[in-house]
Design a protein around this ligand. Sequence first.
Ligand SMILES: *[C@@H]1O[C@H](CO)[C@@H](O)[C@H](O)[C@H]1NC(C)=O
Length: 86
Amino acid sequence: MGVPFEALLPFGIIIGCFGAGGYGLMAVKNWTNEGKRARWNRDVWDRVMMERDMRLTGTARGQSCNHEAPPGFELSNPWKLEKRIF
Ligand SMILES: *[C@@H]1O[C@H](CO)[C@@H](O)[C@H](O)[C@H]1NC(C)=O
């Protein structure tokens, strides 16, 4: 009696598609977070600090412990002309 391996092919396709999607999402998340853990539960203070870090380092997840701000930091601060919901 033969093994009905044909019946297992759809399961392989399903597992492969879910695996590709999951690994793809994981890779995109890792890429957008520059290899760091994803941020969660961000409040307005966190978003303001993220914007400052972006202006300091030039990358979304970069952080800096330099004592002096890089040149041009004082010029990259946009005046908030309207109230923004972050
Ligand atoms: C995430 O990216 C970093 C480099 O940015 C890399 O070293 C690490 O292996 C990656 N992790 C995964 C799970 O892809």
